[in-house]
Design a protein around this ligand. Sequence first.
Ligand code: C5P
Length: 321
Amino acid sequence: MATRQATVRAFAKLNLSLLVLGKRADGYHELRTVFQSISLADRIRLAWTPGARWSVEAEPEIANNLAVRAAEVLRDLTGLRGHLAIGIEKHIPMGGGLGGGSSNAAAVLLALPVLAGIRIPFNELLGLATAIGSDVPYFLQGGTVLAAGRGQEMYPIATPKERSAVVVTPAVSVSTPEAFGVLKRGSVDSLTFTELSNKISNLRVMIGALNVSPGPDWRGFSENDFESVVFERHPQLGLIREKLERAGAAPARMSGSGSTLFGVFESKVAQRRALKALKGESARAVNLVSSREYRSAWSRALSEHKVGTEWPPRSRYGSSK
Ligand code: C5P
């Protein structure tokens, strides 16, 4: 049968706010975070040729490529047979707290069923995503999302009206498991209701403010629990955050466990001015992407192969599941 192809954009994310509440019985940490899609994206070319045997190839070679993992978990669930070629044009720096690998995985979970003509209920896709990595479910949703648990419980919220941001990606690599380790959080079950309430009070105010239009200012309530421990080890990251602040960013934060720093700006003019002030750092301008924009980018990329307007995109080819 003929090869079906699509080129999709796998957007990066920022954590507009990130709280680590405590350790869970399963060894992961209980989080509260606000995920935000940004225009920085990898381009992923997928070519699917139905056949009698399963094979997958990916270019360039990336160790522990989550896009390949995603294809394999889909195969395991559905018994899919054929050849998948994945070509990734990388723009999202790896290991920087921008979720590049997770976004690539989610892109395959969204696109391959459409190309291969299989239908998987969204809840099942979310289950597959969670098995691949804690941030993967978010990329099946996109836009601005409050996430709880390991990140898989999601509540869409309104996207900030300030859409201009600057992202700085220093040449410092921070190991996520190590960053969780140095936080030395106790068991989440030992937190009292009052402790929990105090920890998340700023986040509650921030979400309340975002969800009211025109609302109070959300920007002073953003936090990232990793900043103090990561800045202690890598003081240059704290200095970049200060530079962003001096350039007018509100908030200026680290994303995930780093090492990416970002600043949100009120206008394109302020964003451009900040880019100039950060000359010499690897800084780039990005836009915040809303859930609607995220989904319409996906719809356009898969338009040849999908029917209807539902989410996740639905294949126009015969369904074997
Ligand atoms: O889920 P993922 O494979 O992306 O997580 C990588 C590592 O980060 C985990 O093995 C764990 O050490 C840590 N982690 C955590 N709590 C989370 C997410 C990740 O402790 N909610």
